[in-house]
Design a protein around this ligand. Structure first.
Ligand code: ZN
Length: 637
């Protein structure tokens, strides 16, 4: 166990296999890791235009403070700063709501008295308003239907005053002009801004452009990393990425993505750049992230067994044949261990990643899909003995089921979701891949999850030696619905709704089957506590299949109205009474709803002549120490 504050628990992760790598591969990991940490400030600025300035002030107070440490003001200040670090900004990483500080205005005024705030490019009024006024920048991403998503979101992808309608017109014009068959990821790597004459233009993230100083330092690290590449293709990937960072041209980005998908022989791989669009209310602009990974040979067998059978899964899927891929190719799947997490993957990280996001590249070249074994392991270790199952699972038989099959099925569901789910199905010709707009991410996650839920119960998995027997899937069905209907609510504050795409997707699926298949699943009350009760597992599988077919139809046809209906009906609202009960039961367990990771620290080891003879790894850095070191060592903006 490591540090705990507010709703966060920090974990550490081991990097199996690193120490036994040859020096050359260690150096590749080292320099790619450097490149993964150097983009940190970009993300902070993308999340909020005030993020970096506020961080600098808070860190200065934190390091210079010489007052008493046992006061509630100081302690609340420390918690606030730790939360800001965790979220890479002043808004909660999951709910997107601005943090409310627990310290007083007087405390902050006193601690900033001796500071020259102009050095931080802030006025006292701005600082106080941003930190204390709940109505100023209240939400990083607002997705409330019917409101102007840009004017009400405080993320920094669009200049102030640009409306959703203006941005959507701007981008639909660009889309109309673009190659229809192989469209670039329009809008991905820029901030939309306004000219003096009122027209809009993109301020592109590139060397010499927006975030140029950060991008140049990333490129320097990549240029060293390329010397240690494991093969020519991997070197070409790194070179193309640097070329893209220099040009900012999205065609270079697609070329890079294709080279990256095709490079499958290296034992070390990485992601570095503007990648996921969850942080943009319009789902166009990508936040910066970086990570490096090392293959886990052992566990890769499991994922490979799935991708080798991709065609079988696609042709046996319960979706309409018009939406099936005729040829299913290149779903490369491997299990990896993370060596470093950076940008939007730090400290809170995904445990499975499937890239690239470009639909046509996925169709023509396939995608790379990974499950991050060492992070999952760290989660499982932390979860064991937490008391959650004792509190929320309906009976002893179900508890035994979860005990017995829980870990295997969890890993397998992630594999199915990442290796096959996201890669399956296709859009009908002429359907705009952005047609589902703000509902697109939730629908896409639902599609991948449903694919996993449907197939985890398939006898094919027993045949492939992936599940031990025909009962195992029940563990996944139970834990999935328990999470979707009950326990994921612990991450949401009372009175709030679901915002994050993965959470909305789980609620959507669970509520839909609860409503449409009451003979398969119910919520029952025992001793004033509510539990999920599954009374017909095979029927539940049919329900997942039916919903998968519908969600695939929505995606393939770009049926925005149906997507909106489904998400708004089943994926957002919480039952207030049930929510209150779950929060109360969870509170008694005294656990943190969110977890994240402290990175290992890599250092070059030199001999007396100054030659590099090794790269050391250590996993004992404290959270604040790491954050302050990153702010200094990887300060780029
Ligand atoms: Zn996914």
């Amino acid at each position: 166990m490591t540090e705990r504050f507010a709703d966060i628990q920090l974990l550490r992760y081991e990097v199996p296999g690193f120490s036994s790598l040859p020096l050359r591969q260690k150096l590749l990991v080292y320099y790619l890791a450097e490149a993964s940490l150097l983009g940190r400030d970009i993300l902070w600025d993308q999340n909020c235009s005030y993020g970096l300035r506020i961080r600098n002030v808070l860190e200065t107070i934190y390091t210079c403070y010489d007052g008493p440490r046992d006061t509630s003001d100081w302690q609340a200040f420390v918690v606030y700063l730790k939360r800001v670090w965790f979220s890479n900004g002043i808004h909660h990483h999951y709910s997107y709501k601005k943090f409310q500080p627990g310290f007083s205005r007087e405390f902050l005024l006193k601690e900033t008295e001796s500071l020259d705030l102009s050095e931080f490019l802030l006025t006292k009024e701005e600082l106080m308003e941003i930190i204390f006024n709940p109505n100023v920048m209240p939400k990083r991403i607002n997705q409330t239907d019917g409101e102007d998503l840009l004017l009400t979101s405080s993320c920094n992808y669009y200049a102030e005053g640009i409306t959703s309608a203006e941005a959507e017109t701007f981008y639909s014009n660009l889309r109309n002009k673009a190659d229809k068959k192989r469209p670039p990821m329009i809008g991905l790597n820029s901030r939309l801004e306004r000219n003096a004459d009122g027209t809009l233009y993109e301020n592109v993230y590139r060397s010499g452009g927006l975030y140029g100083t950060a991008i140049d330092r990333i490129c320097e690290a990549l240029d060293i990393a390329r010397q240690y590449a494991e093969n020519d293709k991997q070197r070409a990937v790194i070179d193309k990425l640097v070329e893209f960072y220099k040009s900012g041209n999205l065609k270079d980005f697609d070329d890079y993505a294709i080279l990256w998908v095709e490079e499958t022989l290296g034992e070390i791989d990485f992601t570095n750049g503007f990648t996921e669009v969850y942080g943009d209310p319009l789902g166009l602009k990508a936040s910066w992230e970086g990570y490096v990974n090392i293959i886990d040979h052992e566990a890769t067998r499991r994922a490979k067994a799935l991708s080798d059978n991709a065609e079988w899964f696609e042709s046996n899927s319960p979706i309409d044949s018009r939406f099936k891929k005729t040829e299913c190719r290149g779903v490369s799947a491997k299990v990896i261990n993370a060596a470093i997490l950076g940008g939007d993957l730090y400290p809170s990280s995904a445990i499975g990643i499937n890239l690239p996001n470009s639909n046509w590249i996925r169709e023509e070249y396939g995608s790379k899909s990974v499950t991050i074994a060492n992070l999952t392991r760290a989660y499982n270790v932390a979860a064991r003995g937490s008391g959650m199952r004792e509190e929320f699972v309906i009976d002893d038989d179900t508890k035994k089921l979860l005990e017995h099959y829980g870990d295997i099925c969890d890993d397998l569901h992630t594999d199915l979701h990442e290796c096959l789910g996201h890669g399956s199905g296709k859009l009908l010709p002429d359907v705009d891949s952005e047609a589902l707009r703000s509902y697109g991410s939730t629908i896409e996650e639902a599609r991948a999850d449903l694919f996993g839920l449907y197939y985890i119960a398939d006898p094919k998995l027993v045949e492939l030696n992936l599940t031990p027997d025909a009962e195992a899937y029940k563990a996944q069905y139970y834990s999935y619905l328990m999470n979707g209907l009950l326990t994921q609510m612990i991450r949401i504050e009372e009175g709030q709704q679901l915002e994050e795409a993965h959470m909305r997707n789980r609620a959507l699926i669970s509520n839909w089957v609860l409503e449409h298949y009451p003979t398969a699943v119910q919520i029952v009350c025992k001793n004033d506590k509510h539990f999920v009760c599954i009374s017909n597992y095979p029927l539940l599988r049919r329900a997942f299949g039916e919903l998968l077919a519908e969600v695939q139809r929505i995606k393939s046809e770009g049926d925005f109205a149906a997507a909106r209906n489904l998400v708004e009906q089943c994926g957002i609202k919480l039952n207030p009474k049930l929510h209150r009960e779950i929060l109360k039961r969870h509170k008694q367990l005294n656990l943190a709803p969110y977890k994240g990771f402290i990175n290992p620290k890599y250092e070059l080891v030199r001999n007396e002549e100054g030659d590099i003879i090794d790269v050391s790894i250590s996993c004992d850095e404290a959270y604040d120490e790491q954050m302050l070191r990153y702010s200094k060592q990887y300060k780029t903006l």
